[in-house]
Design a protein around this ligand. Structure first.
Ligand SMILES: NC(=O)c1ccc[n+]([C@@H]2O[C@H](COP(=O)([O-])OP(=O)(O)OC[C@H]3O[C@@H](n4cnc5c(N)ncnc54)[C@H](O)[C@@H]3O)[C@@H](O)[C@H]2O)c1
Ligand SMILES: [Zn+2]
Length: 359
């Protein structure tokens, strides 16, 4: 088992990573304040992991709520069901919420914990690779609004994160690959040695080798924790975690949610960011080829959808949270392992990238 710390002063918390860490109930118990626990999960994960966790915590007053599965349920109406459950069970400020699920469950539960009685403790038990390496760490919580994704939310840190590689055995291949896209991102933005490790060890991740997964999760969380510790509320450095995401969000929205998984759209978007970095003279052809090959090897798409044209891309990218005064700002790469802060780019070069389908 590996333990990392997200260093945020009196809100610091540990991340436990390894095979079987979820079965070691002493870990989770350390972060529970009173007898009152509400486990939030969904109908896919509940039959797999809920009963075992409830059994492990049977000396507490454990309640559970099983939400419908899907990004379309990450909204205020569903969050209200969590408040209903907390109030119906007369849970007070010392109650603990446990998020047992992927990023959707983690984001909703964290947000509910931030709001209930102005803040109760919560524990993240992420069950997808994406949530283990990304969404469970860093304290961004929230839900979607009909007019925008993740528009209602709070920065609210958990008491701990428990990332068990064993739960990834039930995840489907496509979801696993989508998580690998975010893993590759950490190598590209600030960890060249990790990128090189990924070039050599991707097969092990795809085969769900426990040690390789634990290493990739650890190294990803380490990078994320360092960035978050430096810039918790995203006033600067944290924006580099958005490599590939401005293009990626445009693809997700433009093609309609559900066509591409988030990680798939990020893979394509990162290849576009690499292409633009080459046009700026920052990366060379060989760097771009290495990046594209890693994503392809991870069974991820690398070419933008033909149905999205340049104008649609530009319109969709214009609503990105990083933009200032309506100008598109992008995270690009100076080199493999080095992403500077987001910047404005020459729109002619950007258009060339948007019209490039050559891979
Ligand atoms: N807070 C952040 O910093 C942050 C960062 C990145 C993404 N996110 C959010 O995370 C969400 C995406 O997260 P995700 O990719 O984990 O998606 P998800 O939560 O929808 O999970 C993907 C699918 O896998 C299923 N699943 C989860 N664990 C499983 C397991 N162990 N075995 C079998 N099936 C399992 C889920 O039920 C779901 O159907 C988005 O809403 C996104 O906005 C948040
Ligand atoms: Zn992402």
């Amino acid at each position: 088992m590996k333990i990392l710390t997200v260093d945020l002063g009196d809100r610091s918390y540990p991340i436990y990573i390894g095979s079987g860490v979820l079965k070691n109930f002493d870990i989770v118990k350390r972060y529970i304040r009173s007898k009152q626990i509400l486990i939030v999960t969904n109908e896919t994960i509940a039959p797999l992991y809920l009963q075992s966790l409830m059994n492990g915590l049977s000396d507490y007053q454990v309640e559970s709520i099983v939400l419908p599965d899907g990004e379309q349920f990450k909204n205020l109406t569903i969050t209200n069901r969590i408040f209903d459950a907390l109030l119906e069970n007369k849970f007070n400020r010392s109650a603990t919420l446990i998020a047992l699920g992927g990023g959707v469950i983690g984001d909703i539960t964290g947000f509910a914990a931030a709001c209930y009685q102005r803040g109760v403790n919560f524990i993240q038990i992420p069950t997808t690779l994406l949530s283990q390496v990304d969404s469970s760490v860093g304290g961004k919580t929230g839900v979607n609004h009909a007019l925008g994704k993740n528009m209602i939310g709070a920065f609210y840190q958990p008491q701990c994160v428990i990332a068990d590689t064993d739960v990834l055995n039930t995840l489907d291949d496509r979801e696993l690959s989508a998580g690998i896209a975010e893993v590759i991102k950490y190598g590209l933005i600030r960890d060249q040695a990790f990128f090189e490790w990924l070039e050599k060890n991707l097969n092990k991740l795809l085969e769900r080798d426990k040690d390789a997964l634990a290493y990739a999760i650890e190294r990803s969380c380490l990078n994320k924790a360092e960035v978050v510790a430096e810039d918790e509320k995203e006033s600067g450095l944290r924006a580099i975690l958005n490599l590939g995401h401005t293009f990626g969000h445009a693809i997700e929205t433009g093609c309609g949610y559900g066509v591409y998984l988030h990680g798939e759209a990020v893979a394509i978007g990162t290849c576009q960011a690499a292409d633009l970095s080459r046009r700026l003279g920052w990366l060379n052809d060989q760097d771009v080829e290495r990046i594209v090959q890693v994503f392809k090897h991870a069974q991820l798409p690398v070419t933008p959808p033909i149905e999205l044209n340049e104008q649609q891309f530009m319109d969709l990218m214009a609503v990105d949270k990083k933009n200032i005064n309506g100008e598109i700002r992008l995270v690009l790469l100076k080199a493999i392992g080095l992403a500077p802060l987001p910047l404005n780019v020459d729109s002619e070069l950007l258009k060339q990238t948007l019209n490039y389908y050559g891979r």
